[in-house]
Design a protein around this ligand. Structure first.
Ligand SMILES: C[S@@+](CC[C@H](N)C(=O)[O-])C[C@H]1O[C@@H](n2cnc3c(N)ncnc32)[C@H](O)[C@@H]1O
Length: 354
C-alpha cells in the first residue's frame, strides 16, 4: 500500500489562500465556513482546511492512489516550472485548443466568465492557456488532491484572485448549469470512469457554455501492454519510490534521443499498428514500445516528471475518437474543434441551448 505523502500544505500555503467573494454565491451559502468547520453543501460534506473547502467523501482505492500520486507530483515545483517546460506546454496547448485567450468565442461570456478548471493540478495548463484572461475571469480550480494548495500559491504569486476547492470532480457542490467554461486538461481519464466524469462536468455547464478537454488516446498493442505492465508494478510503491523507479527509463529515453538516429520502417507492420516511414529511434521506441520522454532542452528531472505523470497514477484510461464523439453527441454538444493526435484527443464542445 502506498503511504501518506508528506505534502500537507505548508505555512506559506495557508497564508495565501484567500477565496474570492463570488464563491459563496456559487456555493449558494451565506458565508464561507470557519477554519476546521464542517458543512454540508448540496449533500456533500466538506471541511474548511487552510482556507480551502475540502470534500470528506470516501473514494475508491484506485482513485485514492491516483490522488496521492498527483498530490506528490505537483508539489515537485522544480520539475515543471522551468521556462522550457512551460513554453513547451503553452505551445502544445495552443496547437490543440487554439489561442483561447484571444478566441472570438470567449467574448460571448463577457468580461468575467466563470471558468471551472476541473482537475486543475497546480494550474499549470490553465495559467498557460487562459493567461491574461485570468486577470478578470472568475476562475475556480478544483482538484481531488492537495495540488490545489500549490495552484493557490501559484495564483497568489502572480497577484491573481481565484477560488479553489479540493474535491472529486464527479461530486461537486455546485448547481447544474453553473459555469460558462469548463476546462479539464488531461484529467477525465484519471477518474474511476472517464465517461461518468465527462457527463458529471457536462451537467455543470450552462447551455451555450464550452467544454475544453483532453483525454488519452488508445495506442498500439505493444505500447498498451508495456504501459499496463509498468503501471501495475508501480502500484506497490510510494510516490517517492515510483519517482526513483522511473529514472532508469527516463535515462534510456535520453540516451536514445541523444543518439539522434533515424530509422526507416520499410513497410507498415499492421499486426502491431506500426506505420511505414522514417522516424527517430527514440520516437519509435516512445510510440511503439514504451513511453520514455525526451527533449534535448529538458533536464532529467523534467523528463522524469512527464514519465511519472504517465505511469504512476493507477487510473489512466485510454479512449478512441468514436467514444468521445458519442459522449459529446449524447450530452448535446456541438464539437467546434477536434484534434486527434497519437497521444490524445482534444475537444472544444459547445453545449446546445435548449
Ligand atoms: C495530469 S494532471 C493535469 C492537471 C492540470 N489539468 C494541468 O493540465 O495542468 C491530472 C489532475 O487530475 C486530478 N484528478 C484526478 N482524478 C480526479 C477527480 N476524480 N476529481 C478531481 N481531480 C482529479 C489529479 O489530482 C491531477 O492533479
Amino acid at each position: 500500500m502506498q503511504q501518506d505523502q508528506p505534502h500537507q500544505p505548508s505555512r506559506r500555503d495557508v497564508d495565501v489562500v484567500k477565496q474570492p467573494s463570488w464563491l459563496t454565491d456559487l456555493l449558494d451559502i451565506p458565508s464561507l465556513p470557519c477554519e476546521g468547520e464542517v458543512v454540508v453543501i448540496r449533500g456533500i460534506e466538506m471541511m474548511m482546511i487552510h482556507g480551502i473547502l475540502r470534500s470528506k467523501s470516501i473514494m475508491s482505492e484506485s482513485q485514492e492512489q491516483t490522488k496521492k500520486t498527483f498530490g506528490f507530483k505537483w508539489h515537485q515545483r522544480n520539475s515543471f516550472e522551468g521556462n522550457v517546460v512551460l513554453a513547451n506546454m503553452r505551445a502544445w496547448l495552443i496547437e490543440r485548443y487554439g489561442n483561447v485567450a484571444h478566441a472570438d468565442w470567449l467574448r460571448e461570456y463577457g468580461e468575467s466568465p466563470l471558468i471551472l478548471d476541473a482537475g486543475c493540478g497546480a494550474a499549470m495548463s490553465a495559467l498557460e492557456l487562459f493567461n491574461e484572461v485570468l486577470g478578470s475571469a472568475r476562475y475556480l480550480g478544483v482538484d481531488i488532491s492537495t495540488a490545489v494548495d500549490v495552484a493557490s500559491v501559484r495564483f497568489a504569486e502572480r497577484g491573481l484572485s481565484a477560488g479553489f476547492v479540493q474535491s472529486d470532480l464527479t461530486q461537486l457542490p455546485f448547481a447544474p448549469c453553473s459555469f460558462d467554461i469548463i476546462f479539464s486538461e488531461g484529467v477525465l481519464h484519471h477518474t474511476d470512469s472517464t465517461e461518468h466524469a465527462f457527463f458529471s462536468l457536462a451537467n455543470l455547464l450552462k447551455p451555450g457554455g464550452r467544454f475544453l478537454f483532453y483525454v488519452y488516446q488508445k495506442k498500439g498493442p505493444v505500447r498498451e501492454f508495456t504501459d499496463d505492465h509498468i503501471r501495475a508494478q508501480l502500484q506497490g510503491m510510494t510516490s517517492e519510490q515510483a519517482w526513483e523507479a522511473m529514472v532508469p527509463l527516463t535515462k534510456l529515453g535520453q540516451l536514445l534521443g541523444e543518439l539522434n538516429i533515424e530509422i526507416d520502417v520499410p513497410e507498415p507492420i499492421d499486426l502491431l499498428n506500426i506505420p511505414a516511414g522514417k522516424i527517430d529511434l527514440q520516437r519509435f521506441f516512445y510510440w511503439h514500445v514504451c513511453k520514455a520522454y525526451y527533449r534535448p532542452d529538458m533536464m532529467l528531472d523534467e523528463m522524469n516528471h512527464i514519465n511519472f505523470d504517465w505511469y504512476a497514477p493507477r487510473n489512466a484510461h485510454r479512449h478512441t475518437i468514436d467514444e468521445v464523439r458519442t459522449w459529446c453527441a449524447r450530452a448535446g454538444f456541438t464539437i467546434e474543434r477536434e484534434q486527434v493526435q497519437e497521444a490524445g484527443i482534444t475537444i472544444i464542445g459547445k453545449k446546445d441551448r435548449v
